[in-house]
Design a protein around this ligand. Sequence first.
Ligand SMILES: Nc1ncnc2c1ncn2[C@@H]1O[C@H](COP(=O)(O)OP(=O)(O)O)[C@@H](O)[C@H]1O
Ligand SMILES: [Mg+2]
Length: 369
Amino acid sequence: MNLHPTLILSALKKVRYPGTGKNLVEMGMIGDDMRIVGNKVSFSIVFEKPNDPFMKSVVKAAETAILTYIDPGINIKGNITAITKQVPQAEPENYLSEVKNIIAVSSGKGGVGKSTIAANLAVALANLGYKVGLLDADIYGPSQPKMFDMEDVRPTMEVRNGKEGIVPVEKYGVKLLSIGFFVDKKNALMWRGTMASNALKQLIADAHWDELDYFVIDLPPGTSDIHLTLVQTLAITGAIVVTTPQEVALADARKGIDLFTSDKVNVPVLGLVENMAYFTPAELPENKYYLFGKDGGKRLSEEMHVPLLGEIPIVQSICKSGDNGKPVATDTSTLTGLAFQQLAQNVVEQVDYRNAHGEASRRVKVRKP
Ligand SMILES: Nc1ncnc2c1ncn2[C@@H]1O[C@H](COP(=O)(O)OP(=O)(O)O)[C@@H](O)[C@H]1O
Ligand SMILES: [Mg+2]
């Protein structure tokens, strides 16, 4: 007899896949490898999963259908192969492939100066000669556009190496992108959750960050799905936890350190920064007033075995510079500019140590300005 694939398929249409009640052809389960040589017919049946409970019975039913509806003399027994759809291996995402170190700046509480530290750290690292990017990932209160006086700037799109991407804006030697460039403050609520996570992923994956020594991320305060998205998406070199000397802030910083070092997140903590550690009046630079208590950051760093990377004084110039869009770290002739330069040096030291030894140094000297 003259066997033709359509004939075989017509027989296979009589066989239902028990999982759905639809026939094998409808289900698209017949492989495109059908071969007919003389009276020998062979093909494969494609199953979704390797552990399909109906696999054997479906193969048997297909054999029977061909022998019953076409010709009992067809050589089909043992010629039907059950195969399973290859689970496509997810391509390992190679985000930020030209970025050497990714530093996440976080805090347990809002308002402790996380964005101030992130901005000044980025500027100070650029001053030290490094190629630096800053991503403002704080969807709840993006503040980097203001800190860099870039509130009215909108990043452009550009095709580079055949890939269209967002071009970070650049100021004080720092490449910057902020979720704030894309969100209307009024609509910020809408952006939370998955949408914000996706928008952030785009700012990371679809932007031309190019080659960077340091990629600093200003995280939202506390812990959220944004944190999880980022730690799962990026190979973060280390986190910096910002605190103020008050007990409540220290308690939240402790939780932050615990979260990063937990099995679920597993991001090394590069160290702690104590912001608003003390107050020094401009006219009495030798005097330090510990308005919120002394050595809170130092004690927490010893308790949690994480380095204290810096103690930043509370000064009006920091507050003002945040408002007028010129981070104090741009001027290293000032005391606070120096404090940030030393913070940047300590961060570089920690990162270098970690890259060389695979583990952060447990002790670091804080050089006070
Ligand atoms: N060391 C400091 N001295 C004076 N003002 C500061 C200092 N650090 C932060 N501020 C001010 O405190 C406010 C909150 O800081 P910000 O960096 O926005 O905190 P966060 O990002 O943690 O919410 C801002 O107005 C900022 O200018
Ligand atoms: Mg902030």
